[in-house]
Design a binder for this molecule. Structure first.
Ligand code: PEP
Length: 232
């Protein structure tokens, strides 16, 4: 079971370092390779103790004239080899198109990164029924080489992100079972995962891990979530 924390635009460099120290102190007995943190770009650092570090975003070049972006060179300074691609906030707020996302995927694939690739539908699509739901979700794989080995899928229904209301166990099973059958990849669920619901979510066979936003922001709370997920 993998536990992935997405800080989004929260925490500073200093508070991320404190967080890593505190979380590591809670992780005795947890196997290495199961906890991954995506801090903001200004707080990127090397992996430490049981905590691996990934990038929430980067541009698909080594370096160059891409104002405001970071690329392979900046990630390399910290030995970072994991990246989040396709998050709904980048698709919706930052306007990343499927074509742009696919270019990012190709570049980081060519550089051997583990890609945590996010997909998820808005409520308006979910309300149209299963056919529309899967048509939408599968369209988010356009241009993506799903045969790439080092690739994990995160299913994050947009209506469940940051709302405090997670998808139901049945909702998660429906989508994860279909994704497992189609792609046979590691599958994370994301969308209001918290201490109160992790035990039920972790018991779902086709859930291999969770991607957690709000409930990952405090080290003590995330440590509790990890412990409950591991004993579920
Ligand atoms: C996310 O945006 O990746 C996420 C899962 O957020 P939250 O846990 O806050 O719903």
């Amino acid at each position: 079971m993998r536990f992935v924390a997405n800080f989004k635009m929260n925490h500073t460099r200093a508070s991320t370092q404190e967080y890593i120290q505190e979380l590591n102190a809670h992780l005795e007995g947890v196997d290495s390779g199961n906890v991954l943190l995506f801090p903001p770009a200004t707080a990127l650092c090397e992996a430490s103790g049981k905590i691996d570090i990934g990038a929430q975003n980067a541009y698909f070049e080594i370096n160059g004239a891409f104002t405001g972006e970071i690329g392979l060179e900046q990630l390399g300074e910290f030995g970072i080899k994991k990246i989040l691609i396709g998050h709904s906030e980048r698709r919706e707020i930052l306007g990343e198109s499927q074509e742009f996302i696919a270019k990012k995927f190709e570049f980081f694939k060519a550089n051997g990164f583990e890609i945590i690739y996010c997909i998820g539908e808005p409520l308006s699509v979910r309300e149209q029924g299963q056919e529309a739901l899967f048509e939408y979700l599968f369209s988010e794989f356009d241009g993506i080489d799903t045969s790439y080995d080092n690739f994990t899928i995160a299913y994050e229904p947009i209506w469940a992100i940051g709302t405090g209301v997670s998808a139901t166990i049945e909702d998660i099973e429906l989508v994860h079972n279909r994704l497992k059958a189609q792609f046979n990849k590691e599958l994370l669920y994301g969308g209001s995962v918290k201490v109160d619901n992790i035990a039920d979510i972790a018991k779902i066979d086709s859930v291999d891990g969770v991607l957690v936003g709000s409930a990952s922001l405090k080290a003590g709370g995330f440590a509790e979530l990890i412990k409950k997920g591991l004993i579920a």
